[in-house]
Design a protein around this ligand. Structure first.
Ligand code: NAD
Length: 356
């Protein structure tokens, strides 16, 4: 019997090609570090709509719940753009996050040294490298609060509600403090406590939980200031923790500092060890099937899986190092620079395996 059981949700567009490369790298890491993985595949997104009529079949949820972890490619594409909202490929994505109780979204904003030229931020600010971890609450707040339409003074109006319970704040904040302990022991909590009551409760809770982590240096920033600081002084950050809506916006901003959408990984965690790992980019229908997609975001997502779900931090680190090494010489077209060699999606997977 294999040591771990992983479900692959390859999805649509470039999903299958990039997940296949990540599987090769996972197997190579297993060979090197002495563990084995058994894979099962399940349908999510457009391919699931084609096969079953719905973007998230019950069988997929069952398989994912029974696995040690889940690796996702990407979903969506023009073929399914005319589906009604609740039956679009992306509805499958929200559905699986909910079904697995994935409340913590971890998005590293990393600049790999060989790719520093791709960053839109000046090198004197980045100074060669950047490594921020954004921890976003994923299942609460304004995206899930009470919402509706009504009339105000005879005029049509609409409202959404930001609400957090103390246990919801506590669990995401603990994830962030635990991560900070494993990194540079610095945590920035982002809120809007000058105007929002929900933010004041957020801040009180963060301060209370911080007593359990005396070694972590904690500071608080208002979200508008944080958005500015990410551009003018991103190196001040180690781990950032914030609510669903603020995290949605800040994590996109931070990831763009790296300048390469094909390089960015993510993890979504539930209580316990299981999680769902995926690149932050979409299904890139414009290049699907051409064999030129960059598989590194998915490979790095598999690396995060080894670190956070499978307790194999040494294998995760080896993958990161292998990626850094390969990037010095080889590039897929999206990150190509003169002086490097252009390779296909599959060649990139093979090169990372060889560097491992
Ligand atoms: P996208 O991320 O798919 O593509 C944006 C651009 O980046 C495209 O030019 C694409 O070719 C390029 N790109 C993305 N990933 C790349 C990679 N690995 N290698 C090389 N180039 C890459 O975003 P989009 O075009 O706005 O959306 C396309 C589809 O993906 C839509 O149906 C959208 O709903 C869906 N989508 C899915 C997810 C997800 O599955 N998590 C996320 C975002 C978008």
């Amino acid at each position: 019997m294999a040591d771990y059981k992983i479900v692959l949700l390859k999805g649509d567009g470039i999903g299958p090609e990039i997940v296949n490369q990540a599987v090769k790298v996972l197997d190579k890491a297993g060979e090197k570090f002495g563990f084995s993985i058994e894979y099962d595949e399940a349908l999510l997104g457009g391919c699931a709509i084609d096969a079953t009529g719905v973007p998230l079949p019950d069988e997929t949820v069952e398989k994912c719940k029974n696995a040690d972890s889940v690796l996702l490619g990407a979903v969506g594409g023009p073929k399914w753009d005319n589906q009604p909202g609740n039956n679009r490929p992306e509805a499958g994505l929200l559905g699986i996050r909910g079904a697995l109780g994935l409340f913590a979204n971890l998005r590293p904003a990393v600049i790999f040294e060989p790719l520093k030229e791709a960053s839109p931020v000046k090198d004197e600010i980045i100074n060669g490298a950047l490594d921020i971890m954004i921890v976003r609450e994923l299942t609460g707040g304004i995206y899930f609060g009470e919402k509706g339409r009504k009339e105000v003074n005879g005029q049509p109006a609409a409202y959404d509600t930001e609400m957090y319970t103390v246990p919801e704040i506590e669990r995401i904040v603990r994830v962030a403090f635990d991560l900070a302990m494993k990194r540079n022991k610095k945590l920035t909590s982002v809120d809007k406590a000058n105007v929002l009551e929900s933010s004041r409760l957020w801040r009180e809770t963060v301060i209370r939980i911080s007593k359990e982590y005396p070694e972590v240096e904690l500071n608080h920033l208002y979200v508008d200031n944080c958005a500015m600081q990410l551009v003018i002084n991103p190196k001040q950050f180690d781990v950032i923790v914030t609510s669903n809506i603020f995290g949605d916006i800040l994590s996109d901003e931070a990831s763009m500092i790296s300048g390469s959408i094909g390089m960015l990984a993510s993890a979504s965690l539930s209580e316990g060890k299981s999680g769902l790992y995926e690149p932050i980019h979409g299904s890139a229908p414009d290049i699907a099937g051409k064999g030129i997609a960059n598989p590194l975001a998915t490979i790095l997502s598999a690396g995060m899986m080894l670190k956070y779900s499978l307790d194999r931090p040494e294998a995760a680190e080896a993958i990161e190092k292998a990626v850094n090494k390969v990037l010095k010489e080889y590039r897929t077209p999206d990150i190509y620079e003169e002086g490097t060699k252009k390779v296909t999606c599959e060649e990139m997977g093979d090169l990372v395996c060889a560097a491992l």
